[in-house]
Ligand binder design. Sequence first.
Ligand SMILES: [Zn+2]
Length: 427
Amino acid sequence: MQQPTWRQIRAARRGAALATCAVLALTVTTSASTGRLMEESPTAAGPVSLARATTLSPCMINGTMGVQMSEGVPTPAGYSRSTGTVRALNLMVDFSDAPGEGTALDRLSEFFPQTSDWFRTSSYGRLDYRPESPITDWLRMPKSFKQYGIERGAPFDPGYRDLVQDIVAAADPDVDFREYDLVNILITPNAGPSALDTVLSVTFAGNTEAPVADGVPVSNASFVYSRQDDGSGSYRETGYRVLPHENGHVFGLPDLYTQEGGGAVGHWDIMSEDWGANNDLLAWHKWKLGWLDDDQISCASNAGTTEHTLSPLPTSGGTKLAFVPLSTTKGYAVEVRTQGGNDEAVCKPGVLIYRVDAEVDTGQGPVTVSDSTKDSGGCTRQPNVHAELSDATYEPGETFTDKRTGVRITVTDIDAEGRYRVHVTRP
Ligand SMILES: [Zn+2]
């Protein structure tokens, strides 16, 4: 067969984008009362603290019940913690009808050390991700792959429950599940369809109904299938990125792509696009995960005009996020994106402005980037990078206006240290 042309790759990938992993969040409706969420807890995700400055509370938007997985801050309990040392159990799994290709450690090496490096970089060193693989061979399942009935969108019951129970039974003699914060199931790539056709990769997060191993539920588990290989020759550099995306769910982040693909957020967050060139997370997500301190957030809740000096996202330190709350559930986020860190594909550095809505569920468009240059076609032609939004950023002299609320956000200038000055005006 012919090598696919870019056009074919992009077309194929459009399908893939529609089908980038799914997340099923079975979060805590009974165990996580508001009171508990505000406690310091070693297992709580995100920067949960009673001491949180009251100046920030208007910016701590949160959703109401009924949202499966929300952009709200703080992240509810039940997910894996996202700061400090996080121990990830990696199990490489194969089947009689899909025997492991190559060695299990080869499969592991498709994702590490890149995934740990990605988290170290994105978190400014706050997430020390430790991948462990106490079982170095393929873990053969007692049933064939076909028998588990794994398909895209398959619910946890019955197929995944069977699979997790069988994985636990097979691994238990060699694994103490209490030692780990999350589990990665790296399935042999020859099981199931090509990721170019259907992405099966999925995460079950906050799943307190999961099978129990060594007394703890396997409640935060990512399953990775196939290879996200677009044929461009970049698989070795970029194929691992499905895992930080999946683990993003384990830490409580929703999917930002929608039924229509990556058009809401483009390549500005790995929860939107995890194929192609490396990318980072939105500053909103970094705050949610506890990778930005509260004093790196500038909350624009007062009427009138306020000035905010924002330093570029890739560098550590400085104010990273200005947030303009519109209500207790939504607002505008403002941050500076430049090439650097995990951001490889930024072709127009500048100020990114996006709307965050904590009442919109995962995959339904909880974040929408404002495009400063609508219908421009974008500034990139890189494969698997959403082109139209690649030049969405605002430059000095440009203003974003929300006619409905009267909020105006103006980029005034860049100082000698590369920080962008932004004026927020609200009625
Ligand atoms: Zn996902």
